[in-house]
Design a protein around this ligand. Structure first.
Ligand code: ADP
Length: 537
C-alpha cells in the first residue's frame, strides 16, 4: 500500500513538473513578446544608430526598467547577434560586463521532514528518467548564437527553451524578435531560473511525503493491531498445542480466548475442548487398563493357589474338586478376555461403522422368535408387545449388529433372573421423537442403590447358586456405551405391585432403552430389510 502510494506520487509529480514547465515557458514567451513589442515601439529609430543598428541608447535603460518588475533577466541582442543590453549588468556596451549571479533559492528552516525529503529527492535522482534538456552555457560577453531560441527570434520566430545549468538547475528561457515594420532589428531573451518550479515541486513532494508518512504510520498501526489480536494469540495457541503434542501432559494450559467472539475465540474453545476430550479418553483408557488388570488378577490368584494345592494333594476326590475350580477360573478368564477385547474394540468400531436406518420392531420380533425356538422347559415365556404402528414407524438410525447386541444382553439378563415359568415382556413404541423399548422380567429386581452401579464396568452381582465365571460384568456397560454412541439413554428400574415404590413389593426389573427416531427420509432408504447382526453378548 505504501509502495503504491509512493509510485502514484512519483507518477503524479512527473506530470505535474511537465505541466509547470509548460505553463512557465508559455508565460515567459508572452513576457518576452511584451518586452520586445515595448522595445520595438520605444527604442527604435529609423536611422542607423552609433552601434550600427537601429536600436537607440534608450534600449538599455528600458531593458532594465522592464526587467525589474517582471523579476526576470532580460537581454537584448542586436540583429548581428551582439549583446546590446542585459538587465543584470550595469555596464554599457564596450565596457566591462558584470554579470550578477541569479538569486539563490530562499532557504527556509529545515524541519524533520526535510531529511526525508532529501532522501526522497536522492531516490528520484537515482531513477532512470532523467531530464534531457540542453545545457545552459554562454560565452563572455554572450552573443545571440549562445541561445538557440535567440537565433530563432532573430529570424522572426518567438521561441522558448528549457536548459540545465552547471548546478543541474533548470533555466527557462524565451526569446522574441524586436521588429519594426516587419523588419527584425534584434532579439529579446528573457531567462528565469527554475526555482519557482522546484519550490512548488518541493511543496508537492512534502505533501506526498506527509501522506506517505500517514499511510506508513497507519500500516504500522494496523500491523501492530493484527499482530496483537491475531498473530500473537494464534502463536500462543500453536505453541500450547505443540507442547501438548510433545507430551508435556496436563501441565499445558491452552490459552483461553473464548471471551472473544471471533474465530480465534472459537479456535481456542475448540482446542480446549479437544484437549479435554483427549484427557477424558486417556483417563478412560487408563481406568479401563486398571480395571482389566484388577479383574484378571482375581481368577489368576485363585488359579495359582488351586494349581499349587493340586500338586500337593493326594486325595483323588479333592483333586477333582480343585480341577473343577481350575476349569472355572480358566473359563472365567476366557470369558473376561473375550468381553474385554469386545469392549476395547467397541469405541473404534462404533466410530468407524456406517450407521443406517434400523427397524427396532423387526429386531425385537426376531429376538422373540429366536427365544421361542430355543427356550428350555420351565424357562421364561417371552411376550412381545409392539405398538400398533410398529411396522411403519419404529426405525432408528444406527448400527444394527450393535443394537441387537444390546437387546440380546438385556434379554439374556432377564432370562437369567426370571423365576421358572416366569414372563418376560418386550415392548417397543414411539414417544415423540424417541423410540422406546423395554425389557421387563419377574425376577428379584435391582437394589435401589445399585440402579446406576449395575452399568459400571465389571459390576456383577449374581445369585449364589449361579455358575461361577459365566458373567464378566461387562454386558450392561457395553450396552450403555452402544446406546450412548447412538445418542440414546438406557436405565434400569424396578416394577412394583403398587403405584409407588415405598408401599409395594418388587415384582421384577425393567430396562428401558431410548433412541432417537430415524427421520422419514432415513427410513425410506431402509425399506424392508430387518436382519439380525451377528454380534452377541
Ligand atoms: P453380568 O450379566 O455379566 O453380571 P451385566 O453388566 O449384564 O453383567 O449386569 C450387571 C449386573 O446387573 C448383574 O450382575 C446383576 O446384578 C444386575 N442385573 C442385570 N440385569 C438384571 C435383571 N434383569 N434383574 C436383576 N438384576 C440385573
Amino acid at each position: 500500500m505504501t509502495l503504491a502510494a509512493l509510485a502514484g506520487g512519483l507518477l503524479y509529480l512527473d506530470r505535474y513538473r511537465e505541466s509547470l514547465i509548460g505553463s512557465e515557458l508559455w508565460s515567459l514567451t508572452v513576457q518576452a513578446q511584451i518586452v520586445a513589442e515595448a522595445l520595438g515601439e520605444a527604442a527604435v529609430t529609423s536611422d542607423v544608430g552609433e552601434g550600427g543598428d537601429y536600436l537607440t541608447a534608450m534600449a538599455r535603460p528600458l531593458v532594465r526598467r522592464l526587467a525589474g518588475p517582471l523579476g526576470l533577466r532580460v537581454r537584448l541582442f542586436a540583429a548581428n547577434g551582439d549583446l546590446i543590453a542585459d538587465s543584470l549588468s550595469s555596464s554599457v556596451i564596450g565596457g566591462p560586463v558584470t554579470v550578477q549571479p541569479l538569486a539563490p533559492p530562499a532557504t527556509s528552516a529545515r524541519g524533520p521532514l526535510d531529511l526525508l525529503l532529501d532522501f526522497y529527492e536522492w531516490a528520484i535522482e537515482l531513477m532512470p528518467n532523467k531530464d534531457s534538456y540542453p545545457p545552459y552555457s554562454e560565452s563572455s560577453p554572450p552573443v545571440a548564437g549562445d541561445f538557440e531560441e535567440a537565433i530563432y527570434a532573430l529570424r522572426g520566430e518567438p521561441r522558448a527553451e528549457v536548459h540545465i545549468n552547471a548546478r543541474d538547475d533548470l533555466v527557462l528561457s524565451a526569446a522574441a524578435p524586436v521588429s519594426r515594420y516587419k523588419q527584425v532589428l534584434g532579439a529579446v531573451v528573457v531567462t528565469k531560473d527554475g526555482y519557482d518550479i522546484e519550490d512548488s515541486l518541493r511543496r508537492v513532494r512534502l505533501d506526498i511525503l506527509q501522506v506517505l508518512a500517514i499511510v506508513m504510520a497507519m500500516s504500522v498501526m494496523v500491523s501492530l493491531y493484527l499482530a496483537g489480536t491475531i498473530a500473537r494469540p494464534v502463536r500462543r495457541l500453536a505453541a500450547a498445542a505443540k507442547r501438548v503434542g510433545h507430551g508435556q501432559g496436563r501441565k499445558v494450559a491452552i490459552p483461553d480466548f473464548s471471551r472473544r467472539s471471533d474465530e480465534i475465540g472459537d479456535l481456542s474453545a475448540a482446542l480446549r475442548e479437544m484437549t479435554d476430550a483427549l484427557w477424558t479418553r486417556m483417563d478412560a483408557i487408563e481406568r479401563f487398563a486398571a480395571d482389566v488388570a484388577h479383574e484378571i488378577k482375581n481368577p489368576l490368584t485363585s488359579l495359582r493357589s488351586a494349581v499349587e494345592t493340586v500338586a500337593r494333594i493326594e486325595d483323588a476326590d479333592q483333586r477333582r474338586k480343585l480341577m473343577a475350580i481350575i476349569m472355572d477360573d480358566v473359563k472365567r478368564l476366557d470369558r473376561l478376555i473375550s468381553d474385554i477385547s469386545d469392549a476395547s474394540r467397541l469405541d473404534a468400531e462404533l466410530s468407524r461403522a456406517e450407521s443406517e436406518p434400523v427397524d427396532l420392531a423387526g429386531i425385537l420380533a426376531a429376538l422373540a422368535d429366536i427365544h421361542a425356538a430355543t427356550v428350555n422347559d420351565g424357562g421364561p415365556r417371552l411376550i412381545y408387545e409392539p405398538a400398533v404402528d410398529a411396522a411403519s414407524d419404529l426405525f432408528v438410525e444406527g448400527i444394527e449388529s450393535r443394537l441387537v447386541q444390546v437387546f440380546r444382553n438385556l434379554l439374556g439378563n432377564a432370562v437369567s433372573f426370571s423365576p421358572p415359568n416366569g414372563e418376560i415382556r418386550l415392548r417397543v413404541w414411539r414417544d415423540g421423537r424417541w423410540i422406546k423399548a423395554t425389557v421387563e422380567d419377574q425376577g428379584p429386581g435391582i437394589p435401589e442403590d445399585k440402579r446406576k452401579a449395575i452399568f459400571d464396568r465389571f459390576y456383577t452381582e449374581r445369585p449364589k447358586g449361579e455358575k461361577f465365571g459365566t458373567h464378566s460384568g461387562l454386558g450392561l456397560s457395553i450396552s450403555r456405551q452402544i446406546v450412548e454412541a447412538h445418542r440414546g439413554r438406557i436405565w434400569a428400574e424396578n416394577i412394583y405391585d403398587a403405584p409407588t415404590a415405598d408401599c409395594g413389593a418388587v415384582r421384577g426389573a425393567r430396562f428401558t432403552v431410548e433412541l432417537p427416531a430415524a427421520t422419514k427420509a432415513q427410513i425410506g432408504k431402509a425399506a424392508g430389510k430387518p436382519t439380525l447382526g451377528g454380534a452377541g453378548d
